[in-house]
Write a protein that binds this ligand. Structure first.
Ligand code: ADP
Length: 362
């Protein structure tokens, strides 16, 4: 990658006249060289991605990520190419942001490939539409283009490595036949699906889905990912369990009420805005708990627990809720006091809030 970037940068500087005046004829040749370094760059990126996937070296870094801003950025990044062909790109999103638990970098690669193809195959003055559907279980992204389409019997095959439809003219565009294979692997890593639909006459539609995790399912995938991240980066990992007890009535009745919803949101906001050591909080309303994660060691986790307890008690007092709710914060740290991954997992999934920190209980 690096030598290629240096070549490209050197060509840019000469083209922009920083190294002296450039004649028109020279410019033409330099432009050709510049264009082709970009093509080579795309080919190298594809080959590197596929080899990382094949050797299992690809890192998967999922966090809550706004998918809409990733898509909008990419539409902007490819604007020069779409403007050149006077292509209109229509966004059909029913909201401004959409937080999804995914690896943002991987999402960008998927979207770059799909949009790149759509622009490549759409004729001059054609249209591309990007739309999104969201339901409780998943989100679905759809990209329609005005290109020549794909023979229906090849709609699956195009996701195979190095597969290209030989009849499609690929004027001036880099082509490795790897883009869609990479996209398929990356969507698969997210437990989503990707496919294409076309009548082979006019236009193609590409779809991909991503699951939406909620409650306990979210807690599970989030916690598993952080364990892997902590082990990979040699970091500590601590978990805080913030249990809210509704006094007097059974949790079940109170937990569903507007009152408890408001309290949960307030507490979550307080925690996020005040405790910067925390990387994420997961609310489990059905269990009247908030889980908070941090890459700190056991001692710091205990201090953090105390700080959290103090902060939340202040909130209770300020809102005169002493007779209605009680808050308890406990912590556990991976690798300390015999907390193996499995033990910590067990501790975290216990439906009933343990009465003490994991370390003093063991
Ligand atoms: P590349 O674009 O590098 O050749 P891809 O894996 O991205 O590789 O695509 C594989 C093949 O699928 C392309 O060569 C092309 O024949 C076909 N294809 C992909 N996207 C489209 C599209 N939007 N319209 C028509 N054909 C497409």
């Amino acid at each position: 990658r690096t030598p290629l970037m240096i070549i490209k940068e050197a060509l840019s500087q000469i083209l922009e006249g920083y190294k002296g005046e450039v004649r028109e004829e020279q410019k033409e040749y330099l432009n050709m060289a510049h264009r082709n370094t970009s093509r080579l760059q795309k080919i190298i990126e594809d080959l590197l991605s596929i080899s990382k996937i094949e050797t299992g070296k690809i890192k998967f870094n999922r966090y809550k990520t706004d998918l809409i801003s990733i898509m909008r950025n990419e539409i902007n990044n490819q604007k020069i190419k779409s403007d050149e062909k006077k292509i209109t790109i229509t966004e059909n999103f029913d909201r401004d942001t959409l937080d999804i638990y995914c690896d943002g970098e991987k999402m960008q690669i998927i979207f770059t490939n799909l949009l790149g193809n759509a622009i490549k195959f759409t004729p001059i003055e054609g249209h591309i539409r990007v739309s999104m559907q969201v339901n409780d279980q998943e989100i679905r992204i759809q990209m329609d283009d005005d290109g020549p389409g794909i023979p229906p019997q090849l709609c699956d095959k195009i996701f195979e490595r190095f597969f290209r439809i030989s009849s499609t003219p690929l004027i001036g565009s880099p082509s490795t036949g790897l883009g869609l294979a990479i996209a398929k692997e990356l969507v698969g890593m997210h437990h989503g699906k990707i496919w294409a639909e076309s009548d082979g006459i006019k236009g193609s539609s590409f779809f991909f889905t991503l699951p939406r995790y909620k409650g306990k399912d979210y807690l599970k995938v989030y916690f598993n990912d952080r364990i892997h991240e902590a082990l990979d980066r040699e970091l500590n990992l601590s978990v805080l369990r913030i249990a809210v007890e509704f006094i007097g009535e059974s949790i079940k009745n109170r937990v569903k009420s507007e009152f408890s919803k408001r309290i949960f949101l307030d507490l979550k906001e307080l925690i996020i805005n005040n405790l910067f050591e925390l990387i994420e909080t997961v609310m489990l309303e059905e269990q009247a708990e908030i889980y908070a994660f941090s890459f700190v060691d056991g001692d710091s986790a205990k201090i953090l627990s105390k700080k959290t307890q103090h902060l939340l008690e202040e909130y209770v007092e300020k809102n005169k809720l002493q007779n209605q709710i009680k808050i308890r914060v406990i912590s556990a740290t991976l690798g300390e006091n015999g907390n193996s991954c499995d033990e910590l997992l067990e501790w975290i999934y216990q439906a009933k809030v343990p009465t003490s920190d994991r370390d003093s209980a063991s």
